[in-house]
Design a protein around this ligand. Structure first.
Ligand code: PHE
Length: 459
């Protein structure tokens, strides 16, 4: 960036060598789709909130946060890959666009204003380009805690959580949960802070609450499908869910919930028992409880049958006009399907003294809009070329006219050791048919930027 500062939410931020947030992202910033009346993301948010009565709903927390809020406050290690500039949009070295709603957990706990809360907000991640990933998306955080000081003994605390558990709505869902609640290596109990009994009942309360939410959502989706004459999933196969072990720096033990939906396991959310040091940092050391994080786009895509994540950002009334928060959920009717224009770009990576480093994005095959977890470290510092850089060049150049970017060939020359990559970029507009010339021009510009920025040699 050539500018010396960025203005966001009326606030000026000096830029530095960490700055990597592009204008295209800033242009989307602040649209607050999750509270826009009759927007499918807002309808989805309200539906989930309705399953957590008594929770305080925070829907207006600003998206610019500190590195400390987004990572340190949650116990992310200094070398956690989520901190990489290849994965995160930095405004400068201390400030970034939040990558998850967990960035606000400590602040909201510190207010100590309610036992339960949700936080819904726009979040930002550098990521793959396909129909279920978009660099700006929405999450909902939910948390519930009990104050140990309200009870004479820890035994009374367990009794209370058990009573609360018994009051949760019952469901007829098939639940696969093959693992023990905690496991010394894979999914540890916070021994210093929770007894096994406490962790068991908090986990049970968490899981039952989230299962109830999923039942509600998927029953609604089924009703909408049936009304559209597309048959009910329940008639084909009963809805089932499974719990799998997970890892988050801010919960332990941790799980992900997957839902069997029309022939596929879908990752729906991440959750766990809140890391007690986090609650201590938030000045509520006597509270214990659970938290979850869910991607709203992925849920809304299922609920309404929305086939492409770019549609959520559409201002086209043919899209927005189909949703009404006062009416039962209806299936989205695609209003047009314009042809795809695929183009390949092949290039040699630059030869450097060190062997070429290619970092592929952590979450490429990850599920739609869930975008919850970040995976394995993408190795090495100072990458020559990171796949996410191509993703971003494509987005910045083609905007919402790019639908998908995938690696189709990866070849290392047996003699020279040079490495060549081929990506297929699929251009398609949601609003009109792109002409051959338009697609070619976009492709040309993207190819030239690759040469200019990374010194690749086109083949
Ligand atoms: N913050 C996690 C993510 O975005 C999701 C999460 C939230 C997990 C709360 C556990 C508890 O990847």
């Amino acid at each position: 960036p050539t500018t010396q500062s960025l203005t966001i939410d009326g606030e000026q931020y000096p830029s530095d060598s960490w700055t990597n947030v592009p204008p295209a992202i800033l242009a989307q910033y602040g649209r607050k789709l999750h509270v826009q009346p009759n927007h499918p993301l807002s309808i989805t948010r309200a539906l989930i909130e309705s399953r957590f009565p008594g929770f305080r709903n925070h829907n207006d927390l600003p998206g610019v946060v500190t590195v400390s809020q987004n990572f340190d406050s949650l116990g992310f290690t200094p070398d956690h890959p989520g901190r990489n500039r290849t994965d995160t949009y930095y405004i400068n070295k201390d400030t970034l666009l939040r990558t998850h709603t967990s960035a606000h957990e400590v602040d909201v706990f510190r207010q100590n204003a309610s036992n339960g809360y949700t936080i819904s907000a726009d979040v930002y991640r550098r990521d793959a380009v396909d129909r279920s990933h978009y660099p700006a998306f929405h999450q909902m955080e939910g948390a519930l805690t009990w104050d140990v000081n309200h009870f004479k003994t820890r035994q009374d605390l367990v009794k209370q959580i058990t009573e609360d558990f018994d009051k949760l709505p019952k469901h007829d869902l098939v639940v696969e949960d093959p693992n023990p609640t905690f496991h010394p290596e894979r999914n540890p109990l916070q021994e210093k802070h929770h007894s096994p009994e406490e962790a068991e009942i908090i986990a049970a309360h968490l899981k039952r609450s989230l299962e109830d939410m999923v039942v509600t959502i998927f029953k609604e989706a089924d009703k909408a499908l049936a009304a559209a004459g597309q048959g009910s999933q329940a008639e084909q196969e009963p809805l089932k869910v499974r719990w799998v072990e997970a890892f988050f720096p801010h919960t332990s033990p941790s799980w992900e919930l997957e839902v069997w939906w029309r022939g596929d396991w879908l990752e729906v959310l991440g959750c766990g028992i809140i890391d007690q040091p986090l609650l201590i940092r938030a000045d509520v050391p006597s509270r214990v409880g659970w938290a979850f994080g869910i991607g709203l786009e992925r849920i809304a895509m299922l609920l309404f049958g929305i086939p492409d994540i770019r549609l959520f950002w559409s201002k086209d009334s043919r899209f927005l006009g189909q949703f009404n928060e006062k009416l039962p959920i209806r299936r989205f009717q695609p209003f047009s399907k314009h042809p795809a224009a695929p183009r390949d770009v092949s290039f040699w990576l630059p030869q450097s003294s060190a062997p070429p480093v290619v970092n592929t994005p952590s979450s490429a095959p990850s599920p739609a809009g869930g975008q919850l977890t970040r995976n394995e470290p993408s190795a090495t510092s100072d990458p020559v070329f990171h796949e996410n850089d191509l993703m971003e060049i494509a987005r910045n150049t083609a905007g919402d006219n790019v639908e998908d970017v995938s690696l189709v060939d990866d070849f290392t020359h047996p003699k020279t050791g040079r490495r060549s990559l081929c990506y297929r970029i699929t251009y398609r507009s949601l609003e009109k048919t792109l002409t051959t010339e338009e697609a070619n021009a976009l492709h040309q510009r993207i190819s030239q930027e690759l040469v200019g920025k990374f010194g690749v040699e086109l083949r």
